[in-house]
Design a binder for this molecule. Structure first.
Ligand SMILES: Cc1cc2nc3c(=O)[nH]c(=O)nc-3n(C[C@H](O)[C@H](O)[C@H](O)COP(=O)(O)OP(=O)(O)OC[C@H]3O[C@@H](n4cnc5c(N)ncnc54)[C@H](O)[C@@H]3O)c2cc1C
Length: 450
């Protein structure tokens, strides 16, 4: 354990995972001292097995490293802001083509050493925190498998209905990749706004082919501790529902009633409804299509849906244990709790999804917890950056259907001008704009501390 230096500005961080370590690092860069509490090695979640910090619990890949790819851009923004997670990733990189993959032991060892040896950070290992009482500025970064005692405390703080324990999300597609010659706008029985729903109609032959593909597609492996997830009827995977019988989907998520085709005014044999995911209408989710198929199988099978032949997926459907907050209206875009702004949340539990995204929220929460400790105004990243777009999703996403989100271009602020040259040119323009914004703010953000 380090000696804590004399410093009035102090914060507490709970959880030395990806978000907690990034938050500690950034807060310390802002000149604030940090007490970091981690329950390992005394107690572990079902997915954590190592003693080091920032343990990668599954894949060793931090996904694409190309900046015209959304998560690649996020990585570049974090790197520019001297993220410890990015520094460790580059130090422990292993060859993986255009992806950034790491040697997980070296990755964790690098971060552990940097955190433990930082003069402003004091670590308390084997300490499970279960209370958020008091007025200490605190960042809760305990991850998707937060210990039960602390989960109970959080539920008490924000209300039972705002804390979820599993993630059963349907895929989300890019609005521009939908074929509007086939898909048509309408809400069932004409109720509500017609533009809220797009409908993909099937003939019987199309349904038969889709049905066969769905019931024979490959599913992702479940972790032992997640196997009881399937007991929740409300989040039954679409492929499991399909296996109950040929008719089940036709009376469930694919029922065509109340949605006549604009061309014939007759009902199709089956319909998949897409619901608008954000205000801009840049993303749509497949209603009732929570799934446990592997990502390549989702791409193959769901592209058989008429109108989605060329669909680009902003996120694939997932089903896994995941403690997360229904954040819009509960958290601000600086990741602080609206009802108790001295408490910040960071990581997967805020409604971001993925290793890099968790680090990103740790960066924002760490900087803002430090600013609060120093009596400074919060710093809100704009949605022109991927870091800010994720924070904006957390603060202002759709609370009626809030789902954890990967980095993707559907959540960033639209470009001021239309860019010709297709998706790659458009993504390049997003990246140029974001990087110039981060270059501009970088020195100003940390100038008071360094
Ligand atoms: C099984 C599983 C597999 C995943 N696979 C991937 C993947 O392959 N790729 C990907 O990008 N994302 C994956 N994720 C999603 C997510 O990116 C990771 O969970 C990521 O580690 C989240 O970072 P975090 O900092 O929010 O939480 P974590 O990295 O889990 O860190 C939380 C830390 O808090 C500690 N802790 C918990 N409760 C307490 C407490 N009460 N007191 C003190 N300490 C506590 C834990 O021991 C842990 O060290 C996966 C998630 C799960 C659950």
């Amino acid at each position: 354990m380090n000696e804590l230096p004399e410093n009035k500005s102090h914060i507490r961080i709970i959880g030395a995972g990806l978000a907690g370590c990034e938050a500690a690092w950034q807060a310390a860069r802002c000149g604030v001292s940090v007490s970091l509490y981690e329950m390992k090695p005394k107690k572990r979640t079902p997915a954590h097995h190592q003693d080091g910090y920032a343990e990668l619990v599954c894949s060793n890949s931090l996904r694409s490293n190309e900046i015209y790819n959304a998560v690649g851009l996020l990585k570049e923004e974090l790197r520019m802001l001297d993220s410890i997670v990015m520094e460790a990733a580059y130090q422990s990189r292993v060859p993986a083509g255009s992806a950034l993959a790491v040697d997980r032991d070296r990755f964790s060892a690098y971060i552990t050493e940097k955190i433990k040896s930082h003069p402003l950070i004091t670590v308390y290992e084997g300490e499970e925190i279960s209370s958020l009482c008091g007025d200490e500025i605190t960042v809760v970064a305990t991850g998707p498998l937060t210990s039960p005692a602390l989960s109970k405390e959080i539920a008490g703080l924000i209300g039972d209905k705002s804390l979820y324990f599993y993630d059963a999300a349907a895929p989300i597609v890019d609005a521009e990749s939908i074929n509007y010659d086939t898909a048509f706008f309408a809400s069932r029985y004409g109720k509500g706004e017609a533009t809220d729903y797009l409908n993909c109609p099937f003939t019987k032959e199309e349904y038969d082919a889709f049905y066969q593909a769905l019931i024979t597609a490959e599913t992702a492996e479940m972790h032992e501790f997640e196997k009881d997830l399937t007991v929740f009827e409300g989040c039954m995977p679409v492929e499991v529902m399909a296996k109950r019988g040929y008719q089940t989907l036709l009376f469930g998520p694919m029922k065509p009633v109340g949605l006549p085709l604009p061309s014939t005014e007759k009902e199709a044999y089956a319909i998949v409804q897409l619901r608008r995911e954000n205000n801009q209408g840049s993303m749509y989710n497949l209603v009732g299509f929570q799934t446990h198929l592997t990502f390549p199988e989702q791409r193959r099978v769901f592209r058989m849906i008429p109108g989605l032949e060329n669909a680009e997926f902003h996120r694939y459907g997932v089903m896994h244990r995941n403690t997360y907050i229904n954040s819009p209206g509960v958290l601000s875009s600086d990741y602080s709790l609206i009802s108790a702004p001295h408490i910040f949340f960071a990581g997967q539990m805020t409604g971001v999804e993925g290793y890099v995204e968790s680090a990103s929220s740790g960066l924002v929460a760490g900087i803002n917890a430090a600013r609060r400790a120093k009596g400074e105004e919060p710093y809100i990243f704009t949605s022109e950056t991927m870091i800010g777009a994720l924070a904006n999703h957390v603060g202002f996403g759709n609370s009626a259907n809030f789902q954890p989100m990967n980095a993707n271009f559907g959540i960033v602020a639209p470009l001021e001008k239309r860019v010709k040259g297709g998706k790659k040119a458009r993504n390049d323009a997003y990246a140029v704009r974001a990087i110039s914004h981060i270059s501009y703010i970088k020195d100003r953000l940390f100038s008071s501390a360094e």
